[in-house]
Design a binder for this molecule. Sequence first.
Ligand SMILES: [Zn+2]
Length: 258
Amino acid sequence: MTELTARSLQGVRCAADIIKASHQAVVLSGAGISTPSGIPDFRSSHGGLWERYDPYEVASLSAFRYNPGRFFDWLRPLAHTLLSAQPNPAHFSLARLESAGIIKTIITQNIDRLHQRAGSSNVLEIHGSLDTMTCVGCFHQFAAEEYIQAYLRESLIPVCPHCHSVLKPDVILYGEQLPHRTWLKAMEASKTCDLMIVIGSSLEVLPVAGLPMRAVENGAHLIIMNRTETYIDVRADVVFGEDVAEILPLIVKEVLGD
Ligand SMILES: [Zn+2]
């Protein structure tokens, strides 16, 4: 563990006090909470796993319709990484705060289901997840794991057992609308919370980037944990730039007094 500065320690105490005083805390999580679990941020990483394709070209709705084979080829390393990743101490810390009745909702941009696997139950997946797939022909929904495993093993592109159309993972692709009901719940949670904790999101993409502003404008406190600066740092009560898998457990320890 890296040595925390006096300023960070003060931040930990300050964040813990704000969390303890809150009644309606909401978390907004992005790729940065899952990088300690070995999942790279595929939107911002250059090279590495996804260097063969530009995700904007392959992982868009029109590209999927035009060439699903290319999409699944792009998805292969991501699916492989997601299926083998494990929740890290940051995910577990949030699950503890949810069981303690402090965190009411987690709004996540991640499709990895690591929050749920760590024990959180009230999770709004605004970019969908790889857990299910939907037929583009008859709109039947299927559990995805079996199909994805078959793809990873034998490169079989998932097709619908009823109508033989391609199955599309229920992740939100570029150019696709956010899931309407989930998005409305995320907006409502942001408007009614008295504390928003942003974890591992650079808040660069609208409309999600607007959620913390909505919270702050309704009088909520704001805690930000992100490696890089965000546009709303100036409005935050506390800002952390450290590894979230180190900072969050310290804060939760302070909050729960253990
Ligand atoms: Zn079908």
